[in-house]
Write a protein that binds this ligand. Sequence first.
Ligand SMILES: Cc1cc2nc3c(=O)[nH]c(=O)nc-3n(C[C@H](O)[C@H](O)[C@H](O)COP(=O)(O)OP(=O)(O)OC[C@H]3O[C@@H](n4cnc5c(N)ncnc54)[C@H](O)[C@@H]3O)c2cc1C
Length: 438
Amino acid sequence: MAATFLTSSKSPASTLSKMPVDLSILFIKGVFKTWDLILRAFHPLHLFSKFVLHLPTSLFAREDKTRIVIVGASFAGLEAAQHLAAHGEHIEVTLIDEKEYFEFTPGIFRCFINPHHISDLTCAVDASLGRMVRGRVKDVEDGQARTAQGPSSLPAQDQHARLVSSSSVIIVGGGMAGAELAAEIISAFPSKSVTVIHAHESMCKELPAAAKAYVEQWLRKRGVKLMLHRRVMEFDEHRCVLEGGEVLEADSVYLLCSGMSPRSDAVARNAQPGQVKVQGRINVFAAGDVMMQDDCDEVKSGYLAERNAKIAACNILHHMHGEQLLSYPEDVFGDVSMIPEVYCLSLSKYDGVLAFNNLVVTGRIPAVFKWLIEANSAAAAAPPPPPPPELTLFHVFNWFLMRGMLACKAYCHINGIMSVFASNHLIKPNEALKIHSK
Ligand SMILES: Cc1cc2nc3c(=O)[nH]c(=O)nc-3n(C[C@H](O)[C@H](O)[C@H](O)COP(=O)(O)OP(=O)(O)OC[C@H]3O[C@@H](n4cnc5c(N)ncnc54)[C@H](O)[C@@H]3O)c2cc1C
Protein backbone atom coordinates (compact mmCIF):
# COMPACT_ATOMS: atom_id res chain seq x y z
CA MET A 1 0.00 0.00 0.00
CA ALA A 2 1.35 3.42 -0.87
CA ALA A 3 0.70 6.53 1.21
CA THR A 4 1.67 10.06 0.28
CA PHE A 5 2.35 13.00 2.57
CA LEU A 6 2.64 16.03 0.34
CA THR A 7 5.54 18.39 0.79
CA SER A 8 5.08 22.11 1.21
CA SER A 9 7.40 24.57 -0.51
CA LYS A 10 9.71 26.46 1.86
CA SER A 11 11.27 29.91 1.68
CA PRO A 12 15.03 30.22 2.51
CA ALA A 13 15.60 29.32 6.14
CA SER A 14 15.47 32.21 8.56
CA THR A 15 17.75 32.31 11.58
CA LEU A 16 14.77 31.53 13.81
CA SER A 17 13.79 28.42 11.89
CA LYS A 18 17.38 27.13 12.16
CA MET A 19 17.17 27.19 15.95
CA PRO A 20 15.59 23.72 16.43
CA VAL A 21 18.49 22.15 14.47
CA ASP A 22 21.11 24.07 16.46
CA LEU A 23 19.40 23.25 19.77
CA SER A 24 19.06 19.55 18.91
CA ILE A 25 22.73 19.33 17.94
CA LEU A 26 23.73 21.26 21.07
CA PHE A 27 21.66 18.93 23.24
CA ILE A 28 23.07 15.75 21.68
CA LYS A 29 26.59 17.18 21.84
CA GLY A 30 26.02 18.03 25.52
CA VAL A 31 24.94 14.46 26.28
CA PHE A 32 28.01 13.03 24.52
CA LYS A 33 30.40 15.49 26.22
CA THR A 34 28.91 14.93 29.69
CA TRP A 35 29.24 11.21 29.26
CA ASP A 36 32.80 11.65 28.08
CA LEU A 37 33.61 13.68 31.21
CA ILE A 38 32.13 10.97 33.43
CA LEU A 39 34.23 8.36 31.67
CA ARG A 40 37.40 10.40 32.08
CA ALA A 41 36.67 10.99 35.77
CA PHE A 42 36.26 7.29 36.45
CA HIS A 43 38.85 5.88 34.10
CA PRO A 44 41.99 6.41 36.28
CA LEU A 45 40.29 4.56 39.15
CA HIS A 46 39.54 1.72 36.85
CA LEU A 47 43.09 1.52 35.53
CA PHE A 48 44.39 1.58 39.10
CA SER A 49 42.17 -1.30 40.15
CA LYS A 50 43.06 -3.26 37.01
CA PHE A 51 46.83 -2.91 37.08
CA VAL A 52 47.58 -2.55 40.80
CA LEU A 53 45.15 -5.10 42.19
CA HIS A 54 45.32 -7.69 39.45
CA LEU A 55 47.81 -9.44 37.19
CA PRO A 56 47.58 -8.44 33.53
CA THR A 57 45.24 -10.83 31.73
CA SER A 58 47.77 -11.22 28.90
CA LEU A 59 49.72 -13.58 31.19
CA PHE A 60 46.95 -16.10 30.66
CA ALA A 61 46.56 -15.54 26.90
CA ARG A 62 46.61 -18.63 24.68
CA GLU A 63 49.38 -18.87 22.12
CA ASP A 64 47.70 -21.10 19.48
CA LYS A 65 45.59 -18.42 17.84
CA THR A 66 44.34 -18.10 14.28
CA ARG A 67 45.69 -14.84 12.88
CA ILE A 68 43.31 -12.66 10.89
CA VAL A 69 44.37 -9.51 9.04
CA ILE A 70 41.75 -6.86 8.25
CA VAL A 71 42.76 -4.27 5.67
CA GLY A 72 40.95 -0.98 6.30
CA ALA A 73 39.69 0.18 9.69
CA SER A 74 36.56 1.93 8.52
CA PHE A 75 32.86 0.93 8.38
CA ALA A 76 33.46 -2.57 7.02
CA GLY A 77 36.77 -3.30 8.76
CA LEU A 78 35.62 -2.20 12.21
CA GLU A 79 32.29 -4.02 11.93
CA ALA A 80 34.12 -7.23 11.00
CA ALA A 81 36.65 -6.74 13.81
CA GLN A 82 33.86 -6.13 16.34
CA HIS A 83 32.02 -9.26 15.23
CA LEU A 84 35.19 -11.35 15.44
CA ALA A 85 36.02 -9.92 18.87
CA ALA A 86 32.53 -10.78 20.12
CA HIS A 87 32.12 -14.20 18.53
CA GLY A 88 35.53 -15.58 17.64
CA GLU A 89 37.59 -17.58 20.11
CA HIS A 90 41.33 -18.02 19.93
CA ILE A 91 41.80 -15.57 17.10
CA GLU A 92 44.23 -12.70 16.84
CA VAL A 93 43.14 -9.76 14.70
CA THR A 94 45.50 -7.26 13.09
CA LEU A 95 43.94 -4.15 11.56
CA ILE A 96 45.98 -2.39 8.88
CA ASP A 97 45.10 1.09 7.71
CA GLU A 98 47.05 3.96 6.29
CA LYS A 99 45.24 6.22 8.76
CA GLU A 100 45.55 5.64 12.48
CA TYR A 101 42.03 6.89 13.15
CA PHE A 102 38.44 6.15 12.10
CA GLU A 103 36.88 8.82 9.91
CA PHE A 104 33.17 9.21 9.22
CA THR A 105 33.63 9.77 5.48
CA PRO A 106 30.03 10.80 4.70
CA GLY A 107 30.51 14.01 6.71
CA ILE A 108 33.85 14.99 5.21
CA PHE A 109 32.62 17.83 2.99
CA ARG A 110 31.68 20.00 5.94
CA CYS A 111 35.39 20.03 6.79
CA PHE A 112 36.03 21.83 3.50
CA ILE A 113 34.01 24.68 5.02
CA ASN A 114 35.04 24.22 8.64
CA PRO A 115 38.29 22.20 9.10
CA HIS A 116 37.68 21.96 12.88
CA HIS A 117 34.68 19.75 12.13
CA ILE A 118 37.14 16.90 11.55
CA SER A 119 37.35 16.35 15.32
CA ASP A 120 33.62 15.46 15.32
CA LEU A 121 34.15 12.94 12.52
CA THR A 122 37.20 11.07 13.73
CA CYS A 123 38.24 8.95 16.68
CA ALA A 124 41.09 6.64 17.60
CA VAL A 125 40.58 3.03 16.56
CA ASP A 126 39.57 0.75 19.41
CA ALA A 127 42.81 -1.06 20.30
CA SER A 128 40.89 -3.86 22.03
CA LEU A 129 39.69 -5.06 18.61
CA GLY A 130 43.17 -6.10 17.59
CA ARG A 131 46.69 -4.96 16.87
CA MET A 132 46.60 -1.76 14.83
CA VAL A 133 49.27 -1.38 12.16
CA ARG A 134 49.58 1.84 10.20
CA GLY A 135 50.61 1.32 6.60
CA ARG A 136 49.38 0.89 3.06
CA VAL A 137 48.74 -2.68 1.92
CA LYS A 138 50.36 -3.26 -1.45
CA ASP A 139 49.32 -6.84 -2.05
CA VAL A 140 47.16 -9.52 -0.46
CA GLU A 141 47.83 -13.23 -0.85
CA ASP A 142 46.39 -16.20 0.97
CA GLY A 143 48.15 -16.08 4.29
CA GLN A 144 49.82 -12.66 4.09
CA ALA A 145 49.40 -8.94 3.41
CA ARG A 146 52.36 -6.78 2.42
CA THR A 147 52.40 -3.16 3.57
CA ALA A 148 54.26 0.09 2.97
CA GLN A 149 54.14 3.28 5.05
CA GLY A 150 51.04 5.32 4.19
CA PRO A 151 50.21 9.04 4.37
CA SER A 152 48.25 10.46 7.31
CA SER A 153 47.33 13.94 6.09
CA LEU A 154 43.74 15.15 6.15
CA PRO A 155 43.01 16.29 2.60
CA ALA A 156 39.94 18.22 3.80
CA GLN A 157 42.18 20.78 5.51
CA ASP A 158 44.03 21.50 2.27
CA GLN A 159 40.72 21.71 0.44
CA HIS A 160 39.50 24.38 2.86
CA ALA A 161 42.34 26.75 1.96
CA ARG A 162 41.77 26.11 -1.72
CA LEU A 163 38.05 26.78 -1.41
CA VAL A 164 38.41 30.01 0.56
CA SER A 165 40.66 31.47 -2.12
CA SER A 166 38.30 30.53 -4.98
CA SER A 167 35.48 32.78 -6.09
CA SER A 168 34.17 30.31 -8.66
CA VAL A 169 33.90 26.55 -8.29
CA ILE A 170 32.98 23.79 -10.72
CA ILE A 171 31.95 20.40 -9.34
CA VAL A 172 32.11 17.57 -11.82
CA GLY A 173 29.53 14.96 -10.88
CA GLY A 174 26.05 15.56 -9.51
CA GLY A 175 25.75 12.43 -7.44
CA MET A 176 25.14 12.59 -3.71
CA ALA A 177 28.70 13.65 -2.96
CA GLY A 178 28.53 16.42 -5.58
CA ALA A 179 25.20 17.63 -4.21
CA GLU A 180 26.50 17.70 -0.63
CA LEU A 181 29.65 19.58 -1.60
CA ALA A 182 27.69 22.14 -3.64
CA ALA A 183 25.26 22.64 -0.74
CA GLU A 184 28.06 23.13 1.79
CA ILE A 185 29.85 25.67 -0.42
CA ILE A 186 26.80 27.72 -1.36
CA SER A 187 25.47 27.87 2.19
CA ALA A 188 28.83 28.96 3.65
CA PHE A 189 29.79 31.26 0.75
CA PRO A 190 26.57 32.44 -0.93
CA SER A 191 28.50 34.88 -3.14
CA LYS A 192 30.68 32.21 -4.76
CA SER A 193 29.71 30.98 -8.19
CA VAL A 194 29.03 27.24 -7.95
CA THR A 195 28.37 25.09 -11.02
CA VAL A 196 27.60 21.37 -10.99
CA ILE A 197 28.14 19.44 -14.23
CA HIS A 198 26.43 16.08 -14.34
CA ALA A 199 26.22 13.49 -17.10
CA HIS A 200 22.73 12.29 -16.13
CA GLU A 201 19.37 14.01 -16.61
CA SER A 202 18.82 14.46 -12.90
CA MET A 203 21.05 14.76 -9.85
CA CYS A 204 21.57 11.89 -7.38
CA LYS A 205 20.21 9.15 -9.62
CA GLU A 206 20.14 6.63 -6.74
CA LEU A 207 17.55 8.65 -4.79
CA PRO A 208 13.75 8.34 -5.16
CA ALA A 209 12.22 10.93 -7.52
CA ALA A 210 10.87 13.15 -4.71
CA ALA A 211 14.30 13.34 -3.09
CA LYS A 212 16.05 14.12 -6.37
CA ALA A 213 13.58 16.91 -7.09
CA TYR A 214 14.07 18.38 -3.61
CA VAL A 215 17.87 18.40 -3.98
CA GLU A 216 17.76 20.10 -7.39
CA GLN A 217 15.21 22.67 -6.23
CA TRP A 218 17.22 23.40 -3.06
CA LEU A 219 20.44 24.02 -4.99
CA ARG A 220 18.84 26.07 -7.77
CA LYS A 221 17.02 28.26 -5.24
CA ARG A 222 20.37 29.24 -3.75
CA GLY A 223 21.95 30.06 -7.07
CA VAL A 224 23.85 26.86 -7.87
CA LYS A 225 24.00 26.41 -11.63
CA LEU A 226 23.11 22.84 -12.58
CA MET A 227 24.34 21.68 -15.99
CA LEU A 228 22.58 18.34 -16.33
CA HIS A 229 23.00 15.83 -19.11
CA ARG A 230 26.39 17.33 -19.97
CA ARG A 231 29.54 15.26 -20.19
CA VAL A 232 33.02 16.46 -19.28
CA MET A 233 35.62 15.27 -21.77
CA GLU A 234 38.76 16.91 -20.36
CA PHE A 235 39.60 18.75 -17.19
CA ASP A 236 42.35 20.19 -15.07
CA GLU A 237 42.33 22.20 -11.81
CA HIS A 238 40.85 25.31 -13.44
CA ARG A 239 39.16 24.23 -16.64
CA CYS A 240 36.67 21.74 -18.09
CA VAL A 241 36.03 20.89 -21.72
CA LEU A 242 32.50 19.61 -22.32
CA GLU A 243 31.29 17.28 -25.02
CA GLY A 244 30.70 19.54 -28.03
CA GLY A 245 33.75 21.65 -27.26
CA GLU A 246 32.37 24.19 -24.75
CA VAL A 247 35.09 25.30 -22.33
CA LEU A 248 34.30 26.34 -18.73
CA GLU A 249 36.81 27.97 -16.42
CA ALA A 250 36.77 28.40 -12.63
CA ASP A 251 39.19 29.08 -9.77
CA SER A 252 38.70 25.50 -8.58
CA VAL A 253 37.44 22.38 -10.30
CA TYR A 254 36.48 19.51 -7.99
CA LEU A 255 36.62 16.16 -9.68
CA LEU A 256 36.30 14.01 -6.60
CA CYS A 257 32.55 13.82 -7.14
CA SER A 258 32.61 12.00 -10.45
CA GLY A 259 31.63 8.65 -8.96
CA MET A 260 33.22 6.40 -6.37
CA SER A 261 35.65 3.71 -7.37
CA PRO A 262 36.81 1.42 -4.58
CA ARG A 263 40.55 1.22 -4.03
CA SER A 264 40.82 -2.49 -4.56
CA ASP A 265 44.24 -2.59 -6.18
CA ALA A 266 45.54 -4.74 -3.33
CA VAL A 267 42.90 -7.47 -3.72
CA ALA A 268 40.94 -9.26 -6.45
CA ARG A 269 37.73 -7.43 -7.36
CA ASN A 270 35.31 -10.21 -8.25
CA ALA A 271 33.61 -12.07 -5.46
CA GLN A 272 31.90 -15.39 -6.11
CA PRO A 273 28.24 -14.89 -7.01
CA GLY A 274 26.20 -14.79 -3.81
CA GLN A 275 29.18 -15.16 -1.51
CA VAL A 276 31.41 -12.61 0.12
CA LYS A 277 34.50 -14.56 -0.76
CA VAL A 278 37.10 -13.27 -3.16
CA GLN A 279 37.21 -15.38 -6.29
CA GLY A 280 40.09 -17.79 -6.54
CA ARG A 281 41.33 -17.06 -3.01
CA ILE A 282 41.02 -19.68 -0.32
CA ASN A 283 40.95 -17.45 2.72
CA VAL A 284 40.61 -13.86 1.53
CA PHE A 285 37.21 -12.24 2.13
CA ALA A 286 35.89 -8.88 0.94
CA ALA A 287 33.32 -6.44 2.35
CA GLY A 288 32.27 -2.84 1.90
CA ASP A 289 33.01 -0.63 -1.09
CA VAL A 290 35.69 -3.02 -2.28
CA MET A 291 33.30 -5.98 -2.53
CA MET A 292 31.98 -6.67 -6.01
CA GLN A 293 29.32 -9.24 -6.89
CA ASP A 294 28.15 -10.10 -10.38
CA ASP A 295 24.50 -10.51 -9.41
CA CYS A 296 24.15 -7.73 -6.83
CA ASP A 297 24.68 -4.10 -7.84
CA GLU A 298 23.86 -2.51 -4.49
CA VAL A 299 24.77 1.17 -4.20
CA LYS A 300 27.78 1.28 -1.92
CA SER A 301 27.23 2.94 1.44
CA GLY A 302 28.50 2.89 5.00
CA TYR A 303 25.27 1.21 6.04
CA LEU A 304 25.67 -1.69 3.58
CA ALA A 305 29.42 -1.93 4.22
CA GLU A 306 28.59 -2.84 7.82
CA ARG A 307 25.92 -5.33 6.77
CA ASN A 308 28.17 -7.26 4.39
CA ALA A 309 31.16 -7.00 6.74
CA LYS A 310 29.15 -8.90 9.31
CA ILE A 311 28.58 -11.71 6.80
CA ALA A 312 32.29 -11.66 5.89
CA ALA A 313 33.20 -11.99 9.58
CA CYS A 314 30.72 -14.87 10.01
CA ASN A 315 32.22 -16.56 6.97
CA ILE A 316 35.74 -16.22 8.37
CA LEU A 317 34.56 -18.11 11.46
CA HIS A 318 32.61 -20.65 9.36
CA HIS A 319 35.69 -21.16 7.18
CA MET A 320 37.84 -21.73 10.28
CA HIS A 321 35.42 -24.36 11.55
CA GLY A 322 34.90 -26.01 8.15
CA GLU A 323 31.23 -24.98 8.02
CA GLN A 324 29.04 -23.94 5.08
CA LEU A 325 29.59 -20.29 4.14
CA LEU A 326 26.74 -17.78 4.31
CA SER A 327 25.54 -15.95 1.22
CA TYR A 328 25.12 -12.22 0.72
CA PRO A 329 22.58 -10.67 0.38
CA GLU A 330 20.32 -13.71 0.89
CA ASP A 331 21.40 -14.44 4.46
CA VAL A 332 20.98 -10.80 5.51
CA PHE A 333 18.04 -9.43 3.55
CA GLY A 334 16.40 -12.58 2.23
CA ASP A 335 16.59 -11.44 -1.39
CA VAL A 336 18.48 -8.95 -3.62
CA SER A 337 15.26 -6.97 -4.15
CA MET A 338 14.91 -6.49 -0.39
CA ILE A 339 18.25 -4.72 0.15
CA PRO A 340 17.09 -1.46 1.76
CA GLU A 341 18.11 1.74 0.04
CA VAL A 342 19.15 4.03 2.87
CA TYR A 343 20.46 7.52 2.19
CA CYS A 344 20.94 10.52 4.42
CA LEU A 345 22.12 13.48 2.42
CA SER A 346 22.78 16.81 4.08
CA LEU A 347 22.10 20.06 2.29
CA SER A 348 24.19 22.30 4.55
CA LYS A 349 23.94 22.01 8.32
CA TYR A 350 20.24 22.91 8.43
CA ASP A 351 18.58 20.91 5.70
CA GLY A 352 18.73 17.47 4.20
CA VAL A 353 17.05 14.48 2.63
CA LEU A 354 16.51 11.14 4.30
CA ALA A 355 15.42 8.26 2.10
CA PHE A 356 14.59 4.76 3.27
CA ASN A 357 13.47 2.81 0.24
CA ASN A 358 10.76 5.12 -1.11
CA LEU A 359 10.06 6.88 2.18
CA VAL A 360 11.42 10.39 1.71
CA VAL A 361 11.80 12.90 4.54
CA THR A 362 13.15 16.34 3.69
CA GLY A 363 13.97 19.43 5.74
CA ARG A 364 15.24 19.83 9.31
CA ILE A 365 14.79 16.26 10.61
CA PRO A 366 17.29 14.70 8.16
CA ALA A 367 19.79 17.47 9.03
CA VAL A 368 19.66 16.53 12.72
CA PHE A 369 19.54 12.83 11.86
CA LYS A 370 22.70 13.06 9.77
CA TRP A 371 24.46 14.81 12.63
CA LEU A 372 23.25 12.12 15.03
CA ILE A 373 24.56 9.33 12.77
CA GLU A 374 27.87 11.18 12.53
CA ALA A 375 28.28 11.61 16.30
CA ASN A 376 27.07 8.08 16.98
CA SER A 377 29.37 6.46 14.41
CA ALA A 378 32.45 8.17 15.84
CA ALA A 379 31.42 7.26 19.41
CA ALA A 380 30.63 3.66 18.45
CA ALA A 381 34.04 3.24 16.80
CA ALA A 382 35.87 4.63 19.85
CA PRO A 383 37.55 2.28 22.33
CA PRO A 384 35.22 0.87 25.02
CA PRO A 385 36.43 0.51 28.62
CA PRO A 386 38.04 -2.76 29.70
CA PRO A 387 35.87 -5.27 31.64
CA PRO A 388 35.56 -4.97 35.45
CA PRO A 389 38.45 -6.73 37.18
CA GLU A 390 36.19 -8.18 39.86
CA LEU A 391 32.50 -8.36 40.75
CA THR A 392 32.39 -5.88 43.64
CA LEU A 393 29.68 -3.22 43.69
CA PHE A 394 32.25 -0.49 43.06
CA HIS A 395 33.85 -2.21 40.06
CA VAL A 396 30.57 -3.17 38.46
CA PHE A 397 29.16 0.36 38.95
CA ASN A 398 32.35 1.86 37.55
CA TRP A 399 32.29 -0.49 34.57
CA PHE A 400 28.59 0.14 33.98
CA LEU A 401 29.18 3.88 33.74
CA MET A 402 32.01 3.43 31.30
CA ARG A 403 30.04 1.00 29.21
CA GLY A 404 27.61 3.86 28.53
CA MET A 405 29.42 4.58 25.31
CA LEU A 406 28.44 1.12 24.23
CA ALA A 407 24.90 2.44 23.95
CA CYS A 408 26.16 3.88 20.67
CA LYS A 409 27.40 0.48 19.55
CA ALA A 410 24.12 -1.08 20.65
CA TYR A 411 22.25 1.57 18.68
CA CYS A 412 24.24 0.63 15.56
CA HIS A 413 23.32 -3.04 15.98
CA ILE A 414 19.66 -2.30 16.70
CA ASN A 415 19.58 0.06 13.74
CA GLY A 416 20.92 -2.73 11.53
CA ILE A 417 18.31 -5.23 12.69
CA MET A 418 15.45 -2.71 12.57
CA SER A 419 16.28 -1.53 9.07
CA VAL A 420 16.24 -5.09 7.73
CA PHE A 421 12.89 -5.70 9.46
CA ALA A 422 11.46 -2.39 8.21
CA SER A 423 12.56 -3.06 4.64
CA ASN A 424 11.03 -6.53 4.67
CA HIS A 425 7.77 -5.72 6.45
CA LEU A 426 7.04 -1.99 6.86
CA ILE A 427 8.45 0.20 4.09
CA LYS A 428 9.19 -2.14 1.23
CA PRO A 429 11.39 -0.91 -1.61
CA ASN A 430 8.38 -0.26 -3.88
CA GLU A 431 6.26 1.83 -1.50
CA ALA A 432 6.13 5.62 -1.87
CA LEU A 433 5.95 7.96 1.12
CA LYS A 434 6.93 11.61 1.29
CA ILE A 435 7.25 13.77 4.42
CA HIS A 436 8.54 17.30 4.78
CA SER A 437 9.90 18.45 8.15
CA LYS A 438 10.14 22.18 8.83
C1 LIG B 1 31.82 12.23 0.20
C2 LIG B 1 31.12 10.96 0.53
C3 LIG B 1 29.84 10.99 1.09
C4 LIG B 1 29.20 9.80 1.43
N1 LIG B 1 27.96 9.85 2.01
C5 LIG B 1 27.39 8.70 2.46
C6 LIG B 1 26.17 8.71 3.19
O1 LIG B 1 25.56 9.74 3.42
N2 LIG B 1 25.68 7.53 3.65
C7 LIG B 1 26.33 6.35 3.44
O2 LIG B 1 25.87 5.30 3.92
N3 LIG B 1 27.47 6.30 2.73
C8 LIG B 1 28.03 7.44 2.24
N4 LIG B 1 29.20 7.41 1.54
C9 LIG B 1 29.77 6.11 1.22
C10 LIG B 1 30.50 5.56 2.41
O3 LIG B 1 31.39 6.50 2.96
C11 LIG B 1 31.26 4.33 1.97
O4 LIG B 1 30.39 3.45 1.31
C12 LIG B 1 31.85 3.65 3.18
O5 LIG B 1 32.84 4.49 3.73
C13 LIG B 1 32.45 2.31 2.79
O6 LIG B 1 33.07 1.77 3.91
P1 LIG B 1 34.29 0.78 3.73
O7 LIG B 1 34.69 0.37 5.10
O8 LIG B 1 33.95 -0.27 2.75
O9 LIG B 1 35.42 1.65 3.02
P2 LIG B 1 36.08 3.02 3.44
O10 LIG B 1 35.23 3.78 4.39
O11 LIG B 1 36.50 3.67 2.17
O12 LIG B 1 37.37 2.57 4.25
C14 LIG B 1 38.45 1.95 3.66
C15 LIG B 1 39.59 2.05 4.65
O13 LIG B 1 40.66 1.28 4.14
C16 LIG B 1 41.84 2.04 4.15
N5 LIG B 1 42.60 1.57 3.00
C17 LIG B 1 42.21 1.57 1.70
N6 LIG B 1 43.15 1.00 0.94
C18 LIG B 1 44.14 0.62 1.79
C19 LIG B 1 45.39 -0.01 1.61
N7 LIG B 1 45.80 -0.40 0.41
N8 LIG B 1 46.16 -0.24 2.70
C20 LIG B 1 45.74 0.13 3.94
N9 LIG B 1 44.57 0.74 4.17
C21 LIG B 1 43.79 0.98 3.11
C22 LIG B 1 41.42 3.49 4.06
O14 LIG B 1 42.36 4.34 4.67
C23 LIG B 1 40.09 3.47 4.82
O15 LIG B 1 40.24 3.75 6.19
C24 LIG B 1 29.85 8.58 1.18
C25 LIG B 1 31.13 8.55 0.61
C26 LIG B 1 31.76 9.72 0.29
C27 LIG B 1 33.16 9.66 -0.32
